[in-house]
Each structure stands twice: as structure tokens, then as C-alpha cells.
Design a protein around this ligand. Structure first.
Ligand code: P6P
Length: 340
């Protein structure tokens, strides 16, 4: 815990330095990397908040590796994050949703690999609904090999040294973890600083909100169909029926789940037989945050963060949120796993 009694306001930079001082051996490189991401987040937040009045809104005609149309803010966010990471020369490679392959930063001494979803939920940009940036940080695996390759980046989520997100909503929030709890900051635009708002967030053990795109109901696994019907039944003891909430931006739906409890689900479906969401730069970082806050994140069988990745853009189903809610959906999935 950071001593908050002595100061009413602690900035992201101060908090990172205070936290680093708890690890005497630390050279401050991870701290610098987190500060770099914080700076890029402020710049992206400024553009997101004025996107409606500049020509930055709308599509630039290109598409990302998944064939999804890319909005100009996606590219802007990608550029800002990569340039911020490049400046301190401690990151050797970036993998981003907006780039087909790895981005080798030519920082041969760089010890970190960073995965990015620069602007998650970008389809919400034009309708002024929350969007976010997600980051996941690993140590470079093979320091001996000069030439970086995807293999250096294919590490299970349990190997993440840090992870977090920025949520551009009614205010701009940044949450991150380095493996010792989850800290949350709110951007004060009047001073251009992220201010600590909670230095050890815990997700409620149980929640009454479920979050899934019910438009895909027909192609869900049978156990998920039965679980959603369970959520909709009346039972005062378990505070059912639950409320259904779905924003369509994973960062926003998972942040609400972190703060209020409940569960967010994106299962496999006919359109996405391996799930829609990306393992390395959506599911692993958000799973690290939720597990560090006391929740759970599974792919329908085991922990998301135990998946051994085979490709940098691979997808996975995800059931993430309060421990009791995730265990309950797992019961339904297991009970009906052989039914079509
Ligand atoms: P659907 C946004 O495009 C995204 O990758 C996630 O942020 C979000 O949770 C999901 O896709 C929404 O997908 O199929 O419900 O529109």
C-alpha cells in the first residue's frame, strides 16, 4: 500500500516512483515504460475528446490484420503509443492490432516486449461511446538472439510483468498492475496529470450484471444458453434476475465488471469459432488485471493466462469477472459440454 495519508493528491509519476522504491533492485526501466504509456494516453485522450470537431473522425479506408475497417483515431493511437515506447529505448519490440507483424524498434538493448490494442472498441468512436487502449508487457525471452522474431513474443499471459488499460469515457482512467495489486488513476485535464484514485482495487466476489452480445445467442454453446437463462430467472437469494449491460468495447465492459462485479463473456461462435477477442493484447492483459483484483478469467476450460500462444493475433473465448459468477458459468458449460 502506498502512503496516501501524507498527500491528498498522488500523480501517476509519483506513484510509479514510490512503488519502484519498494523494489530496491529495480533499475526503473519498467517505471519508465509505464510513464511512457501514461504520456501517450494523455495525448490520445486529448484527440479522442475532440474527435468530433476535427477531421480525425471517420474511416481512413485502410483495414487492420483482421479485415476490420480502421478509423483514423486507431492509427493515431497506435503511432502515439509506439513513438512513446520507442523514446526511452527500453522496449525492443511492439505487437499491435494495427500492424500485421512485429514492430522491431531497433533498440537492441531493449528488454521489454509490449503488446498493444491501441484503440479497443473503435467502432464506438463515431457514436461517442467509451473506447480504450490496452497494453501487455513481457520481458524479452531470448536476449541472446540478435534478430527479434514472433517467437520472442509468444509467451503465456502468466509471464506478463505488467498489464493495464486506459478508458476514454466520461473521464479518462488508467488502470495497471505489475503483479502486486491493481492501481487506478483518473486524468485531471486541468493539470494534465493522472491522479491516483484507488491503489488496490478488488473486484466484488459476486455481481448481478452479465455482459454478452445476445445477438449471437443462436451460435452459443448450450451451457452458455442455459447460464443466461439462469441469469434471467427470479431468485431473491441470489439477486436474480441480473441486469444485462453491453457497451461493445471490452475495456469498458471489463472496467464496469471490475468496479461493480458480475461477468463479461465473449464465447466462441459460428462467426468466431475460436472466439473474437485477441488473446495477447485483449484477454491476457485484462485477465491479469481481474485476477490481481481477486477475480477469475477462463476460456471456458482453464485460465486464459495459462494458454500457450501459437500466433501473435490468435483469438480466444473469454469468461471474465467475479469469482462466483465465473465459477457458476463454468458449471453450466461443463454440465452441457456434450450438447449441440
Ligand atoms: P461485437 C471491439 O471491436 C471488440 O474487439 C471488443 O472491444 C468488444 O468487446 C467486441 O469486439 C465487441 O464485439 O461482436 O459484440 O460487436
Amino acid at each position: 500500500m502506498v502512503d496516501q495519508k501524507s498527500k491528498s493528491v498522488i500523480t501517476l509519476e509519483e506513484y510509479i516512483i514510490q512503488s519502484q522504491n519498494k523494489f530496491p533492485g529495480a533499475k526503473g526501466e519498467l517505471s519508465q515504460l509505464l510513464r511512457d504509456i501514461g504520456l501517450a494516453a494523455k495525448i490520445i485522450s486529448r484527440e479522442v475528446n475532440k474527435a468530433g470537431i476535427t477531421n480525425i473522425l471517420g474511416e481512413d479506408g485502410s483495414t487492420n490484420v483482421h479485415g476490420e475497417s480502421v478509423k483514423k483515431l486507431d492509427l493515431f493511437a497506435d503511432e502515439q503509443l509506439i513513438s512513446a515506447l520507442n523514446r526511452s529505448e527500453i522496449t525492443c519490440m511492439v505487437i499491435s492490432e494495427e500492424n500485421d507483424g512485429i514492430v522491431d524498434l531497433d533498440n537492441d538493448g531493449g528488454k521489454y516486449i509490449v503488446y498493444l490494442d491501441p484503440l479497443d472498441g473503435s467502432s464506438n468512436i463515431d457514436v461517442n461511446v467509451s473506447i480504450g487502449s490496452i497494453f501487455s508487457i513481457y520481458l524479452r525471452k531470448n536476449t541472446s538472439t540478435k534478430k527479434l522474431s514472433e517467437d520472442d513474443a509468444l509467451q503465456p499471459g502468466l509471464q506478463q510483468v505488467a498489464a493495464g488499460y486506459v478508458l476514454y469515457g466520461s473521464s479518462t482512467l488508467m488502470a495497471y498492475t505489475t503483479g502486486v495489486g491493481v492501481s487506478l488513476f483518473t486524468l485531471d485535464p486541468s493539470i494534465g496529470e493522472f491522479i491516483l484514485s484507488n491503489d488496490d482495487i478488488k473486484i466484488p466476489d459476486y455481481g448481478s450484471i452479465y455482459s454478452v452480445n445476445e445477438g449471437n445467442y443462436k451460435s452459443w454453446p448450450e451451457g452458455l444458453k442455459k447460464y443466461v437463462k439462469y441469469c434471467q430467472e427470479v431468485d431473491d437469494e441470489t439477486n436474480r434476475p441480473y441486469s444485462a449491460r453491453y457497451i461493445g468495447a471490452m475495456v469498458a465492459d471489463v472496467h464496469r465488471t471490475l468496479m461493480k462485479g458480475g461477468i463479461f463473456i465473449y464465447p466462441d461462435s459460428q462467426e468466431y469459432p475460436n472466439g473474437k477477442l485477441r488473446l495477447m493484447y485483449e484477454c491476457n492483459p485484462l485477465s491479469m488485471i481481474i485476477e490481481q483484483a481477486g477475480g477469475m478469467a477462463i476460456d471456458g476450460n482453464g485460465r486464459v493466462m495459462e494458454i500457450t500462444p501459437e500466433s501473435i493475433h490468435q483469438r480466444t473465448p473469454i469468461f471474465i469477472g467475479s469469482k462466483q459468477n465465473v465459477m457458476k458459468v463454468k458449471e453450466f458449460l461443463d454440465e452441457h459440454k456434450d450438447e449441440k
